[in-house]
Design a protein around this ligand. Sequence first.
Ligand SMILES: [Zn+2]
Ligand SMILES: [Zn+2]
Length: 160
Amino acid sequence: MECTHRDLLDSLLDYLPAYRLLVCRLHGACVLTSHLQSHLRKQHSLSSTACRALWEELQAQSETRPLLGTDRDLRTYLQLPTTPISRIPQLPLWTGFLCPMQDRQTGLPCRRIYRCLKNIQAHCRNEHGWKNPQGQSQPRKSAASQIVHFVKVSCQMFFA
Ligand SMILES: [Zn+2]
Ligand SMILES: [Zn+2]
């Protein structure tokens, strides 16, 4: 039996209907259609002709499998879950840190997640005006209120 472009596409990429994104099976991360041809050419060593054919196959499927194609689509349409969800099996699982602070404007829990402690501390400094008491040479008593415990959570990333 001949291997169709559809078969090849399905062997390389999984479709996440809830997010309208494609996940590269080999790399465990989403790839936007606008980056797909160069991704397949550079990371998977596919020929330009094959990449083009796969891209056309995707266009042909766009009625049944709509996709967010560009960075702009992502910013406009991608809805990230605001409450914990079950694991998306196609994406790897990481450990991250959950932001325990409140959004200054809305007063709602921020709940952003960062994989690295340094980055979440930077986020809390920049977004929430937090001061890290451990970074001060002479920790003052008043700084005690600033001690924040970053809770470790499991998380996943659409894009690496
Ligand atoms: Zn890949
Ligand atoms: Zn935050």
